[in-house]
Design a protein around this ligand. Structure first.
Ligand SMILES: *Cc1c(COP(=O)(O)O)cnc(C)c1O
Length: 421
């Protein structure tokens, strides 16, 4: 028996010439699961990490780890430099105007909670409205519900079509109530794959002086995001969905807004001067980074973005789009398989149900074949309610997935179909 590291990755013929090389950069992909080659298609839940990221985290802990922003010693200086370099990498990646607009958080969830708590806390009152869409992840619903409970504001929900596309007329109508104080929407739906027309939605809101938060958790790894071109007020995403470590996220916010907002949490590193009578807060971005952050994780995120830049986000997006088209066509051939989310502008994930088979059973059977997909409500229960299903199965693609892997998925689903007939 050979050790897992000796296994060759899946063949990658007929694809981008670089795919075999890219796959080799992900140590985890070389293993077998239940005796089968791992086919990892749960990328919308979390993406695997390339060697560069693993090495960056390991190098930090092996060679220069210390707490940041406070030590006078060499290791603290080196950690601080690496941490702040990662901030600059993030800034450039989303084209923010300044590093002061990049706040490191624990993830998309914390980024949205930060805005709901700090931006929301002081500006909302009874009768105000927050507009979201019907296809939000729970993390872009619940923080606003909590804000509504605290302030008496109301949550409004923009509807979408059976294909999974927002109804723009309805969106405008809801914006026109005169009471909307913030609009928040998902850039790419993790449950449907819909790519929302972010620029249009932002323009519609801004035409009415309504600030906008974009949940970019599914978007940043799959399409180029330029926060200045979008003109969004806030943009939130997670490191673990863009090839970086988990436990790290980003909140982009326009400087003037962030400056006007009170701190989200109090503690170390976010202050200039503390006395028992009064505390002066630090400048941006430190004002919003209380306590010791995930130092090595942030550095790993910087390495992840460097890696993605080296492959080229446009190349990855084109590759994933080809996989989506291939998978969609192949899956449509399976009788009783119903794809949920057929928006014209769609990212590389396919959510589906199969007549007679519960999604969890599909997931379990595929796992026996070494294929990892997601089965469940995808933290978007209102989307499931919209279509009247308890759950779906979801295959989602990343830079390293191949056409052969789609074939494995489709073959396995034919077997599932036969089992449940
Ligand atoms: C994953 C995801 C989130 C939450 O991200 P966390 O990393 O769990 O905080 C929010 N929105 C969407 C669309 C997601 O896919």
């Amino acid at each position: 028996m050979s050790a897992p590291s000796a296994l060759s990755p899946l063949p990658a013929k007929s694809y981008e010439p670089d795919l075999a090389r890219i796959r080799l950069e992900f140590p985890i992909l070389g293993q077998k699961i239940h005796g089968k080659h791992l086919v990892y298609l749960d990328n919308a839940a979390s993406v695997q990490k390339p060697r560069d990221v693993i090495k960056a985290v390991s190098d930090c802990y092996s060679h220069y780890y210390a707490n940041i922003h406070r030590g006078v010693h060499l290791l603290s200086e080196r950690s601080t430099t690496a941490y702040e370099n990662a901030r600059e990498t993030v800034r450039a990646f989303i084209n923010a105007a300044s590093g002061q607009e990049i706040i490191f958080t624990r993830g998309t969830t914390e980024s949205i909670n930060l805005v709901a708590s700090s931006f929301g806390g002081s500006r909302f009152q009874s009768g105000d409205e927050i507009l979201i869409t019907g296809m939000e992840h729970h993390s872009n619903i619940v923080p606003w519900q909590l804000l509504c409970e605290r302030t008496g504001a109301t949550l409004k929900v923009a509807p979408f079509t059976d294909a999974g596309e927002l109804l723009l007329d309805e969106y405008e109508r809801l914006l026109d109530s005169g009471r909307v104080k913030l609009a928040a929407f998902v850039h790419i739906s993790n449950a449907l794959g819909t790519i929302n027309p972010a620029k249009t939605l932002i323009e519609l809101a801004h035409a009415r002086n309504i600030p906008v938060l974009v949940d970019g958790a599914q978007a940043v790894a799959h399409l180029p995001v330029d926060v200045q071109a979008l003109d969004c007020d806030f943009y939130a995403f997670s490191s673990h969905k863009i090839y970086g470590p988990s436990g790290v996220g980003v909140l982009y916010g326009k400087q003037a807004l962030l400056e006007a907002m009170p701190p989200y949490q109090g503690g170390g590193d976010m202050i200039r001067l503390v006395t028992f009578e009064k505390t002066e807060y630090a400048d941006l971005p430190n004002k919003f980074e209380a306590g010791t952050p995930n130092i090595a994780g942030v550095i790993g995120l910087g390495a992840a973005l460097d890696w993605l830049n080296s492959v080229g986000l446009e190349t990855v997006a084109a590759h994933e789009h080809a996989l989506l088209n291939y998978a969609t066509a192949k899956l449509a051939e399976i009788p009783g398989l119903n794809i949920m989310g057929t928006a014209r502008d769609k990212a590389a994930l396919v959510a589906f149900t199969l007549r007679g088979a519960h999604p969890h059973d599909i997931g379990t059977i595929l796992d026996r074949e070494g294929i990892a997909i997601r089965a469940g409500h995808h933290c978007a229960q209102p989307v499931m309610q919209r279509y009247g299903v308890p759950a779906t199965a979801r295959a989602s693609f990343a830079a390293y997935n191949s056409r052969e892997e789609v074939d494995y998925l489709v073959d396995a689903l034919w077997k599932v179909k036969e089992l449940f007939e």
